[in-house]
Design a protein around this ligand. Structure first.
Ligand SMILES: *Cc1c(COP(=O)(O)O)cnc(C)c1O
Length: 467
């Protein structure tokens, strides 16, 4: 396959993609396949001789789409969305065509400078203070790991960079039980250890209790431990829990602790000024992560980390071996020094295309619609017999249970969820609320319309009698 073939086949791929997207509503959302079924369709050894692109393409069409869960399906209501605007897909095609590795300014000047400007555009779009700069990572997990590595090194006076942690006092990180498992992963990877992640008590609305945070920090200091940082959440993954950002950051600052706010999903909604009360006080954070790939139409992968001051993170993560030196290194940004991997993709291009193609007003309208339709659905379900809304809508997320009087609501709801996902019209997932099994409902696909969201009520009416 050469570049002339590529020209032909990328046009065919574009046609295929158009058909795929325009017919997506007819497909079941979650893959209706079984483990091993796809692998069984592939030869066990690679080909010795070149194969015809037409055959490769035909096999793709025959094997792959039917065995995929369709994340761009308008009725993908599981997990959080990973939505993708057409403009973002186009930008990815162009980034693919150049296949650049953007580790240094010199290896990709336009990518580096567009990244700088896009981080600034996004900070302004979210209403953040001008003090923030930042960078683009692959995922929120990596952003949070980067922030926690920086907390670790700063708390040891940077000694940990040379000496590691062995023999030193325990470092302590604070987060609520509603924060994402990426925080648990980060403390393990950072060598801080799971037992040094203090899960701070939450209030009745599942947000962190600021008084409990203060008490936990004081108790650790009294015990001879070293508090290193606080991770707060805006829109936790299970039920959309929101910590009181302002009060918790004040307490962290009073103890000279670094703060990182995980707004992976809900951050996108902050382009709408009416939601910004949810993160009042955010401008005092040291680090903030949000995933434009979740709800802003800028396709996976794209996680943005805003930093009030990048210098500490560069001190933790940066490295300049001889073979990466460039003559301009003190005048330019070499983004690999801000992130865990050395190599980096040209992710800023899809931000540029998406923000321009829809404008902030277009993206705000999408998010406002999702929030309004999900609220409308919650009211519809609340009025249905035996359905209980277990957590109220936070932005575009709520949870519910099906529990007729005298029944085992957990078991019935689990069975109902399985029936919903086998039915195929919707895809929903579960979590637990105060120990009870609930179905999570969140909408955010780029092509989702009101009828898609309201279809949840239709499917429930169809399936509940068959439970
Ligand atoms: C999705 C999510 C993450 C993890 O995101 P990745 O980009 O997949 O690592 C972290 N925190 C929250 C609140 C999330 O919703």
């Amino acid at each position: 396959m050469n570049h002339d073939d590529l020209r032909l086949w990328s046009k065919r791929a574009a046609d295929w993609a158009h058909d795929y997207h325009t017919n997506l509503r007819d497909r079941p959302v979650r893959a209706q396949t079984s483990p091993g079924a796809t692998a069984a369709k592939l030869p066990t050894t690679p080909p010795e001789q070149p194969e015809d692109p037409a055959q490769i393409f035909a096999d793709f069409a025959a094997i792959v789409p039917d065995a995929m869960t369709h994340w761009q399906h308008p009725r993908f209501f599981a997990y959080f969305p990973a939505n993708a605007s057409p403009a973002s897909m186009l930008a990815e095609q162009l980034a693919n065509a150049m296949a650049a590795q953007c580790m240094l300014w010199q290896t990709s000047p336009a990518a580096t400078e567009i990244e700088q400007v896009m981080v600034q555009w996004l900070a302004r779009a979210l209403g953040l203070a001008d003090r923030f700069s930042g960078t683009i990572h692959d995922s929120a997990t990596t952003c949070t790991l980067s922030a926690i590595l920086t907390m670790r090194d700063r708390a040891t006076g940077w000694d940990s960079l040379q000496d590691g942690l062995s023999g030193g006092p325990r470092l302590r990180i604070y987060a609520s039980a509603q924060t994402h498992s990426s925080v648990d992963k980060a403390v393990r990877l950072a060598g801080i250890g799971q037992n040094n992640l203090v899960k701070v008590a939450t209030g009745p609305d599942h947000g962190m209790d600021p008084a409990a945070l203060d008490a936990a920090i004081l108790a650790d200091i009294a015990a001879g431990h070293v508090p290193a940082g606080v991770v707060l959440c805006l829109g936790g993954t299970a039920i959309g829990a929101i910590d009181p950002i302002d009060q918790c950051i004040r307490i962290a600052k009073a103890h000279n602790l670094t703060t990182h706010v995980d707004a992976a999903w809900a951050g996108s909604a902050m382009i709408c000024p009416e939601f910004r009360d949810l993160w009042a006080g955010i401008d005092a954070a040291d680090s903030i992560v949000f995933n434009p790939h979740k709800w802003l139409g800028i396709q996976f992968d794209c996680a943005v980390q805003f930093l009030a001051d990048p210098a500490p993170q560069i001190r933790s993560l940066g490295a300049r071996p001889d073979y990466l030196q460039t003559p301009d290194q003190d005048e330019v940004i070499n983004f690999n020094e801000w992130t865990v991997p050395l190599g980096r993709r040209f992710r800023a291009l899809k931000i540029w295309f998406t923000l321009r193609a829809y404008g902030l007003e277009g993206l705000r309208a999408m998010i406002r619609n999702h929030v309004a339709w999900v609220a409308e659905l919650a009211e519809t379900l609340r009025a249905m017999p035996d359905i209980q809304i277990m957590t109220e809508p936070r932005l575009a997320l709520f949870t519910f249970q099906y529990a007729p009087a005298g029944s085992d609501g957990d078991a019935l709801t689990a069975r109902l969820l399985q029936m919903i996902n086998d039915d195929g019209r919707l895809y929903l997932t579960q979590t637990t609320v105060d120990g009870r099994f609930v179905i999570r409902m969140t909408a955010g696909a780029f092509d989702c319309i009101r009828e898609d969201v309201m279809m949840v009520a239709t499917v429930l009416r169809d399936l509940i009698p068959r439970l």
